[in-house]
Design a protein around this ligand. Sequence first.
Ligand SMILES: Cc1cc2nc3c(=O)[nH]c(=O)nc-3n(C[C@H](O)[C@H](O)[C@H](O)COP(=O)(O)O)c2cc1C
Length: 220
Amino acid sequence: MSLQDLRQSYDVPPLDPADLAADPFDQFAAWFSAAQSAGLREPNAMTLATADAQGTPSARVVLLKGVDAAKVADRGFVFYTNYGSDKASDLDQNPKAALNFHWDDHPRAVRTVRIAGAVTKVSAQETKDYFQSRPRGSQIGAWCSNQSQAIASRAVLETRQRELEAQHPGDAPLPVPPFWGGYRVSPISFEFWQGQQSRLHDRFRYTLEQGAWRIDRLAP
Ligand SMILES: Cc1cc2nc3c(=O)[nH]c(=O)nc-3n(C[C@H](O)[C@H](O)[C@H](O)COP(=O)(O)O)c2cc1C
């Protein structure tokens, strides 16, 4: 089948604005829970878009590792990465980002959530708590990788991995690499999109206005 013939019809009831939560963090929690129940392999995988000081965009997938919905201030979406990576360089120059979740649990629904906001680093303690909760192999992996730098071969990584395993025998967690940590995207807008028939999809955008969330329906 050619790409031009690849398309799906979305056969679920329209999204009723009366069913939307007033707070987009609550709406996100409801849809995330549905995506998890649908058995999606990585519902917390999200596309992270950044841009450098010249506005050159870049997008890649990262894993959502925390949502601070209950806080009054500093609410946001947390991911972890290498602070020397290309994405970190973009965020140093231009601390704003967009996130996109795509949950394709057809036949029930196809949904996306878009989030945009300002980005800050999480505290060293928050990074440490998360880093030390990771499997040991992932801790060593973080130490091994100068993320986004050119390397000569896979052997470079595997040699470094063996060295680190020898340096840190036993089960004790490794210290956090000084070049690694979390970022929090603090949303100023959310969009919840649900596929409908004949491309008349449902879209609802939440925007933060003077501390309150305004909801608008958008044309598909
Ligand atoms: C499912 C999935 C999850 C990923 N999760 C992360 C993550 O949480 N953190 C991360 O730094 N990279 C993650 N990656 C790798 C990134 O997509 C990307 O290759 C890497 O972060 C380098 O991006 P950059 O060069 O733009 O900084 C993930 C990739 C996939 C496919």
